[in-house]
Design a protein around this ligand. Structure first.
Ligand code: AMP
Ligand code: ZN
Length: 469
C-alpha cells in the first residue's frame, strides 16, 4: 500500500511502526457551529482510509480531537450569555449526529482540548527546560522557532524566506517575541475568557500545542499517520512537528496526509459570499450517503468542486449501486437453492477480478475514484450475468462482493425493504404520469422494471396498488 507523504512529496510504501497496527491522528473541528461540508471532507476521506486499512487486517487506533477552547467559541458564548462549554458541548453533540449520518465511524478516542490542559502544561514545561521556549514579561510562553533546526520540513518552507516574507517585522502585540517567527504556546487570560492556572500565568493554551499533546497521550511519541486538510500544513502541522520533536526527541509522525479543499461552484466557500453549506443544510435535500459518495468520487488530494449538478450525478451513481443490490435481493428470494454451476464458478472467478481492481486502486494512495469505478464494473457484471435462472450461491456471492466493497467506502447500499418501498412508490407515480402524458413506452418500461423486482401492479378503483410476488 502506498501513501503520498507530504513530508517527502512522494508516494511511499506504507510500513507501520508496529506490524499489524496503525496509529492515526486526524485534526478535528473547532466546535462553535454546525460543521460545514468542507469539514466533512477530511472526516469522510480519512474514515475511508481507516476502513480500508481495517479491511486489510490492520488494527487502527484512530484519534480525532474536538477543539473546544478558541476565540470563536468564546465570542459565541458571550453573544448568547452562556459558558463556552455550553457552546462546545452543543456542537460536539451536533457534530456526532452529522458524523453518524455520514456513516463516519466514531474515533477510538475523541479527546477534547479542555480536558488535556495538564498534559499541555507538562509539554510546555519540557520545552522551556530544553530551551525551545521562553516566558515573556506578561506570562505568555512562546516557542523559539529557530531553535528547531528542521522547522519548515513539512511545508517545504525555508526559515529565512519566512523571515523576509510579509510578516518580517513584529506587529503590534508581538513586541515581546524574541523573533517574529516564534509562536504562542500559552497566553494570559483576557476579561470574560475561560482560564486555567499554570506556572506562568492564569490563561489558556495556544491552538497547536493541543494536537501535539493529545497525539502523544493517546498514541505515543511516534505515530504512523497524521492527517488533516491542506490548510493545516502551515503553520498548524509545522508547529506541531516542532513542538513534539523538540519535546520528545523522536520523529512525530511517519506519514503526513492532507486532503484538498472543497470549493463551491469553483469559488472558495464563504459565508459572506452566500455560498456556504453546513452538512445539515445538505441533509434537507439529500440522503447524506450521497454527500459521502460525492466526496469519494474524487481523489482526496485533489481540489473538489461542489455543485448541484455534481450532487445529482452522485445521487444517480449511488442509486445505480443501490438498485443493483435491491435487484439481487429480489432475485435471492426466489433463486433456486443450488450450488454454483460450472459456468457460474467461472463467472464468480471473473467477479473476483473486480475486487482486485478495487484493492489496486485503494493501495495507490487511496484512489477512491478508481475504486468506485471498480464497484460500477462489478454492478455492470451483476446486471449482465445474474438473472432469474441464477442459483442462490452465485447471486449471494455477487451481492456480498458489491456490499463488501461499498462498505469499505462507508456506503450503505443494502437497503431494507421499507426504504425501498419509497422508491417503488416513486416509480408507480412516475408511471401514472407517463400514462397521463401518453408516454406508454416509459410506462411499460417502469412496469417491466418493477416486474423484474417481483412487484405486481394492480389497477383498482382507488388507484394503483402493488404487492410483492
Ligand atoms: P477547522 O474547524 O476549521 O479547524 O477545520 C476542521 C477540518 O476541516 C480541518 O482538517 C480543515 O483542514 C478541514 N477543512 C476546513 N475547510 C475545508 C474545506 N473547504 N475543504 C476541505 N477541508 C476543509
Ligand atoms: Zn491539529
Amino acid at each position: 500500500m502506498k501513501i503520498f507523504n507530504t513530508l517527502s512529496r512522494q508516494k511511499e510504501e506504507f510500513v507501520p511502526l508496529e506490524e499489524g497496527k496503525v496509529s492515526m491522528y486526524v485534526c478535528g473541528p473547532t466546535v462553535y457551529n454546525l460543521i460545514h461540508i468542507g469539514n466533512a471532507r477530511p472526516m469522510i476521506v480519512f474514515d475511508t482510509a481507516r476502513r480500508y486499512m481495517e479491511h486489510k487486517g490492520y488494527a487502527v487506533n484512530y484519534v480525532s480531537n474536538f477543539t473546544d477552547v478558541d476565540d470563536k467559541i468564546i465570542k459565541k458564548a458571550n453573544e448568547e450569555g452562556v459558558d463556552p462549554s455550553v457552546i462546545s458541548e452543543r456542537y460536539i453533540e451536533e457534530c456526532r449526529k452529522d458524523m453518524q449520518a455520514l456513516n463516519v465511524k466514531p474515533a477510538t478516542t475523541h479527546p477534547k482540548a479542555t480536558e488535556e490542559i495538564e498534559g499541555m502544561i507538562e509539554m510546555i514545561k519540557t520545552l522551556i527546560e530544553k530551551d525551545h521556549a521562553y516566558v515573556a514579561k506578561d506570562g505568555t510562553v512562546y516557542f523559539k522557532t529557530r531553535s528547531f533546526a528542521q522547522y519548515g520540513k513539512l511545508s517545504h518552507k525555508n526559515l529565512d524566506d519566512l523571515r523576509s516574507g510579509g510578516r518580517s517585522l513584529l506587529v503590534s502585540g508581538e513586541e515581546q517575541k524574541q523573533d517574529p517567527l516564534d509562536f504562542v504556546l500559552w497566553k494570559p487570560k483576557k476579561e470574560g475568557e475561560p482560564f486555567w492556572e499554570s506556572p506562568w500565568c492564569e490563561g489558556r493554551p495556544g491552538w497547536h500545542i493541543e494536537c501535539s499533546v493529545m497525539s502523544k497521550r493517546y498514541l505515543g511519541d511516534e505515530i504512523d499517520i497524521h492527517a488533516g486538510g491542506e490548510d493545516l500544513i502551515f503553520p498548524h502541522h509545522e508547529n506541531e512537528i516542532a513542538q513534539s520533536e523538540a519535546a520528545n526527541g523522536k520523529e512525530f509522525a511517519k506519514y503526513w496526509m492532507h486532503n484538498g479543499f472543497l470549493n463551491i461552484d469553483n469559488k472558495k466557500m464563504s459565508k459572506s459570499e452566500g455560498n456556504f453549506f453546513t452538512v445539515r443544510d445538505i441533509s434537507e435535500k439529500y440522503d447524506l450517503q450521497v454527500l459521502r459518495f460525492f466526496m469519494l468520487s474524487a481523489h482526496y488530494r485533489s481540489p473538489l468542486n461542489f455543485s448541484a449538478e455534481l450532487m445529482e450525478a452522485a445521487k444517480n451513481g449511488l442509486d445505480r449501486i443501490v438498485t443493483s443490490v435491491a435487484n439481487l435481493n429480489f432475485l435471492l428470494k426466489n433463486a433456486p437453492d443450488e450450488e454454483m454451476t460450472e459456468e457460474e464458478r467461472k463467472l464468480a472467478e471473473e467477479a473476483k477480478g473486480y475486487i482486485a481492481q478495487f484493492d489496486t486502486a485503494m493501495d495507490d494512495d487511496f484512489n477512491t475514484a478508481d475504486a468506485i469505478s471498480a464497484i460500477f464494473d462489478l454492478v455492470k457484471f451483476a446486471n449482465t450475468h445474474v438473472s432469474e435462472s441464477s442459483g442462490r450461491a452465485f447471486v449471494q456471492t455477487v451481492k456480498d462482493e458489491i456490499v463488501l466493497l461499498s462498505d469499505i467506502c462507508g456506503l450503505i447500499v443494502d437497503k431494507k425493504e421499507e426504504i425501498l418501498d419509497a422508491r417503488i412508490e416513486e416509480l408507480i407515480k412516475e408511471r401514472q404520469e407517463a400514462r397521463k402524458a401518453k408516454n406508454f413506452a416509459r410506462a411499460d418500461e417502469i412496469r417491466d422494471t418493477l416486474a423484474a423486482q417481483g412487484i405486481i401492479l394492480e389497477d383498482t378503483r382507488e388507484g394503483v396498488k402493488w404487492k410483492r410476488a
